[in-house]
Each structure stands twice: as structure tokens, then as C-alpha cells.
Design a protein around this ligand. Structure first.
Ligand SMILES: C[S@@+](CC[C@H](N)C(=O)[O-])C[C@H]1O[C@@H](n2cnc3c(N)ncnc32)[C@H](O)[C@@H]1O
Length: 286
């Protein structure tokens, strides 16, 4: 294997480490994340036609969304199985389930490409900002299709192209000015892997889903200052945060300074930052 070959097993091991490393930061910044993203979980649950009594699967749940929103919708007569491959993310999700007294959520450490559930055992499946990290998306979607009962709904959300996602694009641009970010080998997924308009929709169709539909939603990051924006991004943006954390302190400081500066184009008179970011929402029915 040449050094440019993509090794999915190695990539996934790195992903686990990356998300484990930022899990505590996700917990810390959760009010900021959910101020923008809760509306997306609400939309996903509605679009998946989730109702009281349903059994729902959430893939790559992180610290628990959209699983917790789905758990409220299904009520005590229903249940949610929320999966992720990062033990640290799940640890925080478990604590949140306890704090929120959510007895109808089961959290399980599972690779999204190795899920193992009986056929037709869920009414709906959800994934918020996870599918773009999968090396074998079609195998994962084929499985999810199998786990759904007939007429069950799948709803997934991924980031749109960089020009429409300033929250992540600015970070990528600034980081590349300060350090080498080798292009990923062909086949390696990344945060924008499914950003082309029809990518995810075509994958849903290929796995057998019918009535497949794409909608675009805006998730607005609202944060008190450009300094907070730089702190936030370098804390929570998994793969980018991981790359920066390996740099010497002076490079990290330069990245932080320039990121702060770059964010000022989104500043109001009081210095607060408002950044609209586009997500692609795809839904389909079994
Ligand atoms: C951007 S976070 C999204 C978390 C959550 N769904 C949310 O929207 O708040 C991406 C999550 O995908 C998970 N992930 C990445 N690759 C995965 C895989 N192969 N199997 C399961 N989870 C994976 C990461 O561990 C991380 O928790």
C-alpha cells in the first residue's frame, strides 16, 4: 500500500480519537450549538413523522442529538437507540440522559457501518452531521434501509458546500495559511464529502428509498464575539481542532488571531457574530 492509499480502518480509529478529544468541548459549548441546531432536530423529527410510541434509531448521535428530541416525541411508550463510535461522546450523552431523566434512550457504542439490528425493527432512522464521515456510505444506508419497517422514514443532515458554511470554511482557510494540510487520499471522507447538491439524495435512491427529497436549512451560529467564535471553532470542529492541536503554541496562537480577524466580517456593531450556515437535509421512505 502506498502512503497515498486510503485505509478505512486507520481513518476510523483516528475519527474515534478526534471526537473523543473534543467531546468535553461539545459539552461546554452545547448551549451555543443547540441555540442554532435545535430547530434542525425538530425539523428532522417532524420530517421523519416520528410519533408517540415509535422506536427510533439515531446514528452518530454525538452527545445526543437528534436522539433526545426524538425521545421527547416518542414518549414513555416509545424508545430511541442512539449510537456513536466515540466512547467519550457517549459518556456525556449518558450523563445527559440521567440529568434529563430520559429513561427511553439506549446509548450504544457502535460504528455506523457495523450496526446490527433485526430487519424492520425501527419506525424511523436519523443522522445529524454524521454520514459524511463514513468511508462506505452505501453499505451503511443499505443497512439502515433494512432496519426500517415498511413505510419507515430516514432523515439525514450533512453540511453544504464550503462557500455556504462560513463557520467551517473560515477555519479551513485560516488553518491552511499557517500549516500544511495534505489533501486527503482519494476515497477519504471529510466534513464536506456530501456537500455536492445531489450526493446524499443519489445515495438514498441507490439504497432503495422512495420519495427521496432534499431540503436546505440554515443553522445560524450566534456567538458574543469574534474571540468566542475562534475559541468555539478550535474547540469543537473535530478534524480541524485535531489538526491545530498538534501545532506548536505560536502557530496555534497565530491561527486563533487570524480566525478572530476573519470572523469580524460577520460582526454586528456590538461585536457579536451571526453566521448563517447551510445544511442539506435528505429524507426518504422504505
Ligand atoms: C459532528 S458530530 C455530530 C454529533 C450529533 N449527531 C450532533 O449533531 O450533535 C459527528 C459525530 O459522528 C461520529 N462518527 C463519525 N464517524 C462515525 C462512525 N463511523 N460510526 C459512528 N459514529 C461516527 C463522531 O464520533 C461524532 O460524534
Amino acid at each position: 500500500m502506498s502512503t497515498n492509499d486510503f485505509d478505512p480502518a486507520q481513518y476510523k480509529a483516528r475519527q474515534v480519537q478526534t471526537w473523543d478529544d473534543v467531546a468535553a468541548a461539545w459539552d461546554r459549548w452545547w448551549p451555543t450549538i443547540e441555540k442554532g441546531a435545535q430547530s434542525l432536530s425538530d425539523y428532522m423529527v417532524a420530517s421523519a413523522a416520528i410519533k408517540a410510541g415509535h422506536r427510533v434509531l439515531d446514528v452518530a448521535t454525538g452527545i445526543g442529538e437528534p436522539a433526545f428530541t426524538a425521545a421527547r416525541a416518542v414518549g414513555q411508550g416509545g424508545s430511541v437507540v442512539a449510537t456513536d463510535q466515540s466512547p467519550q461522546m457517549l459518556e456525556i450523552a449518558r450523563r445527559r440522559a440521567k440529568d434529563l431523566d430520559s429513561a427511553n434512550i439506549e446509548l450504544r457504542e457502535m460504528d455506523a457501518e457495523q450496526l446490527d439490528f433485526p430487519e424492520a425493527s425501527f419506525d424511523a432512522a436519523l443522522c445529524r452531521w454524521g454520514l459524511m464521515f463514513l468511508p462506505d456510505l452505501s453499505a451503511a444506508l443499505d443497512n439502515l434501509y433494512r432496519f426500517l419497517r415498511p413505510s419507515g422514514r430516514m432523515v439525514a443532515v450533512v453540511w453544504s458546500e464550503p462557500a455556504k458554511v462560513p463557520m467551517l470554511r473560515l477555519a479551513g482557510e485560516v488553518i491552511r495559511q499557517h500549516m500544511d494540510m495534505p489533501a486527503p487520499p482519494p476515497g477519504a471522507p471529510d466534513i464536506f464529502s456530501l456537500a455536492a447538491p445531489d450526493s446524499l439524495q443519489n445515495a438514498f435512491v441507490a439504497s432503495g428509498f422512495s420519495g427521496v427529497k432534499t431540503e436546505y436549512k440554515t443553522v445560524t451560529l450566534e456567538i458574543p464575539s469574534s474571540q468566542d467564535y475562534a475559541n468555539f471553532t478550535l474547540d469543537v470542529a473535530g478534524p480541524l481542532a485535531a489538526a491545530v492541536a498538534q501545532q506548536p503554541p505560536e502557530i496555534q496562537a497565530s491561527i486563533h488571531r487570524d480566525l478572530e480577524q476573519a470572523a469580524t466580517q460577520y460582526a454586528s456593531a456590538d461585536g457579536s457574530i451571526t453566521m448563517p450556515n447551510e445544511t442539506i437535509c435528505v429524507s426518504g421512505t422504505k
